[in-house]
Design a protein around this ligand. Structure first.
Ligand code: SAM
Ligand code: SF4
Length: 480
């Protein structure tokens, strides 16, 4: 019999004061070797939270004997880990699911699975049930840890299983992970979001804000150091509010950053910061430690106070610029980037000009820019959307022009300087050219051999372009 548990966005909206429990995953009880002789392929959409979830899914699968493949014809399992943030992200997934139908026809034993944020929306689940009968398994963001049990059922019973919880459960520690990168690691420090920005689906798809206990985070980072990792990026939808949900102990993001910076890890980054919780204490900690990178992604969303209020962002343009000022004063070398939405319902031309003004004043060195996309179930979806699509597009083009000047300026300031680069591998576009990122998160290309991959080296910058820097190695034998 098909097993079906559907989500409900109304239930997902509710918040309780209860603290989240932490439980430990027991890999041994789960080993069923259901992947012996089988191959899997995962397609990941969306933000770093999804990338981190994919690393857990890979860990769970490989524990069962599954082997990764990039060739779809070879795969016994294809899983799409989805993103619900904008309509076009969802359309891509539906397109992909349509395409998978023909592979299932050729190989009826192929298991097709959908996970991540999209299944958290009841409409998506209904649509998959009606229009995509070749999808065998659907689970959401709150039950990744149970996927082996689900997969076992689908393989044994040859039935469809859809199980999506509307509410977050316990924090599950010690889940296996297979990380994508050998030198840079994502480290979740918290899950969920309680901000409820009026345009955003994340608080519904990822549940209540809940922080991992510091002991688990610190021991994970110590383990990464042992394995030779050079860079960690601390992940959360709003990392600045880390620890605010602890009822028994007081421990903040600033304290966590400082404790991690005392460890022997060369590079610490974090994302994403919400401006309203960015304390002076956090600025001081970033300024104090050389291994906390001088790079902050600080989404502003709009420069208009009217729009910010309607978005429920809880700060004004002036407060944002004041925060940016305090950051520049204490960390003069910092690179700031942001996220901006244009065409939010009721955004006037004057509101848009306020955004352009803020972009200039904040001296951003990059931004993700988006046209507002209504998300069913969020408050803004009920606002009258009075901005014609063409007008929203025009605003995006104008904004992108300005943002691109910031990218170029941000790169240009490193011309004729020596920067430290964590070497990632060969450049995607040029053979025998290595590439990597600087402390300020600038992409650098330079000639060198593959023994340098995974090392942090000095590179002298000879040319600054809009999207990247070109340079030459200063001293090949030097590792930091
Ligand atoms: N938690 C982060 C934050 O608060 O900035 C990131 C959330 S989201 C994964 C990344 C970005 O997507 C947001 O900063 C916002 O600019 C954009 N976004 C979210 N909902 C959107 C929507 N409905 N339409 C267009 N852009 C959206
Ligand atoms: Fe969405 Fe706002 Fe939460 Fe970011 S802070 S995830 S934009 S609700």
């Amino acid at each position: 019999m098909d097993r079906i548990t559907k989500p409900n966005l109304n239930n997902a909206r509710k918040r309780t004061k209860d603290n989240s429990n932490t439980v430990t995953y027991n890999a041994k009880t789960e080993i069923k070797n259901i992947g012996e002789g089988k191959k899997y392929l995962i397609q990941t959409h969306g933000c770093q939270a999804n990338e981190a979830d994919t690393e857990v899914i890979r860990g769970l699968l490989e524990n069962q004997g599954f082997i990764a493949t990039t060739v779809i014809e070879e795969a016994d399992l294809v899983l799409i880990n989805t993103c619900a943030i904008r309509e076009n992200a969802e359309n891509k997934v539906f397109g992909e699911l349509g395409r998978l139908k023909s592979f299932k026809r050729v190989n009826p034993d192929l298991v097709i699975a959908v996970s991540g944020c999209m299944p958290q929306e009841e409409e998506v689940v209904e649509r998959i049930m009606k229009k995509y009968p070749h999808v065998d398994l659907v689970f959401g963001t709150h039950n990744v840890n149970r996927m082996i049990e689900y997969l076992d059922y689908v393989l044994r019973e040859k039935k469809r299983l859809i199980e999506v919880y509307s509410k977050e459960g316990d924090i599950v520690e010690k889940l296996p992970q297979v990380r994508e990168n050998r030198f840079k690691a994502w480290v979740n420090i918290m899950f969920g979001c309680d901000e409820f920005c009026t345009y955003c689906i994340v608080p519904y798809t990822r549940g209540k804000e809940r922080s991992r206990h510091k002991d688990y985070i610190i021991s994970e980072v110590k383990e990464l150091i042992k394995q030779g990792y050079k860079e960690i990026t601390l992940l959360g939808q709003n990392v600045n509010s880390y620890g605010l949900d602890f009822s028994e102990e007081k421990y903040s993001f600033a304290q966590l950053l400082a404790d991690l910076a005392e460890l022997d890890i060369p590079r610490i980054k974090f994302t994403t910061s919400h401006p309203k919780d960015f304390s002076d204490e956090i600025i001081d900690v970033i300024a104090r430690y050389d291994n906390i990178m001088p790079f902050i992604h600080l989404p502003v969303q709009s420069g208009s106070n009217n729009v910010l209020k309607k978005m429920n962002r809880k700060y004004t343009k002036e407060q944002y610029l004041d925060l940016v000022d305090r950051i520049y004063k204490k960390i003069p070398n910092i690179s700031l980037t942001t996220d901006i939405i244009v065409g939010f319902p009721t955004e006037t031309h004057e509101d848009f000009l306020e955004t352009l003004d803020l972009v200039e004043k904040a001296r951003f060195e990059g931004s993700y820019t988006f046209i507002y996309s209504p998300r069913k179930g969020t408050p803004a979806a009920a606002y009258e959307n009075n901005i014609p699509a063409e007008e929203a597009k025009q605003r995006l083009y104008i904004l992108n022009d300005l943002v691109n000047q910031g990218y170029a300026r941000g790169n240009h300031r490193f011309l004729h300087q020596t920067v430290k680069v964590l070497v990632e591998g060969y450049s995607k576009t040029q053979k025998d050219v290595l590439s990597g990122y600087t402390e300020n998160n600038k992409l650098v290309n330079f000639k060198g051999d593959d023994r340098l991959i995974g090392q942090i080296i000095d590179v002298y910058i000879e040319e600054a372009k809009t999207w990247s820097l070109d340079g030459k190695i200063v001293n090949e034998d030097k590792e930091h």
